[in-house]
Design a binder for this molecule. Structure first.
Ligand code: FES
Length: 110
């Protein structure tokens, strides 16, 4: 079974559609406030490496600021024809604080 480390998000966006770039657990994430919940995805666009936290939200997708590829914030899937995706990380809320889950690297031991 894969082990997950839960990391406290020290700053979360509070407005609908607001985004924030955060380094968590050795990864650079784009944290998004979507429909009252916090979502966490990889911050680097797989097309040419743009910073997705500089993009914007449309419906439940984040739009890359460079060439406007769109990625679903729940599944990470790129729109039809893009043939790409971004990683999506699990989040949970405990006692009013948000945590993001990042798989433990096998080389860090158990
Ligand atoms: S770098 Fe994101 S769409 Fe090109």
């Amino acid at each position: 079974m894969e082990k997950i480390d839960w990391h406290l998000l020290t700053a979360t966006p509070s407005e609908e559609g607001e985004k924030r770039k955060l380094k968590v657990g050795g990864k650079t994430l784009c944290i998004v406030h979507l429909e009252g919940k916090i979502r966490a995805v990889g911050n680097r666009c797989p097309h040419a490496g743009a910073d997705l936290s500089q993009g914007w939200c449309e419906e439940s997708k984040i739009v890359c600021p460079f060439h406007r590829h769109r990625f679903d914030l729940l599944t990470g899937k790129g729109d039809a024809g893009q043939a790409n995706f971004i990683p999506v990380y699990p989040v949970k809320q405990v006692d009013g604080k948000w945590y993001v889950g990042i798989k433990k690297s096998w080389w860090k031991g158990w």
